[in-house]
Design a protein around this ligand. Structure first.
Ligand code: GSH
Length: 125
């Protein structure tokens, strides 16, 4: 099985990219890193090859593509519950609930049978 991939921008300019990068390192996840230099010709086109939102970071885990740094962190928290502070499990952390709004699951046919996940049950602002 192939490793998940985190696509990021320049490490010195894109603190958004560093959020999930740091968390992945902290969790010891074995992932590949694709770095796209920002603010140069062709950068946007390269980002769009990976990211439906046209921004980095984006995390690709098998058929799942997650963009938005907080959404990526919430996605990681689903398989690593220690991400949340003790006593503030994912069900209790109402402020950070973007993960299901910024995720695409590719169909097994390889076509873009993409399905945007709806907001979490109970809703959040
Ligand atoms: N809210 C987004 C912000 C992402 C963002 O603005 N990324 C910038 C780099 S820091 C980007 O991709 N810029 C390239 C562009 O817009 O073409 C997140 O948290 O991931």
């Amino acid at each position: 099985m192939s490793k998940p991939v985190l696509v990021i921008g320049n490490k010195n300019y894109s603190s958004w990219s560093l959020r999930p990068w740091l968390l992945l390192k902290h969790l010891g996840v074995d992932f590949d890193e694709v770095r796209i230099p920002l603010y140069v010709e062709g950068a946007k086109e390269r980002i769009l090859e990976y990211s439906p939102g046209g921004k980095v970071p984006v995390y690709i885990d098998g058929g799942v593509i997650v963009w938005e740094s907080l959404a990526i962190m919430e996605y990681l928290a689903e398989s690593h519950p220690s991400v949340w502070p003790a006593g503030q499990g994912s069900e209790g952390g109402g402020a950070v609930r973007r993960g299901r709004d910024a995720r695409r699951v590719h169909g097994s046919q390889g076509q873009d049978a993409a399905q945007l996940q709806g907001p979490p049950a109970g809703g959040s602002p």
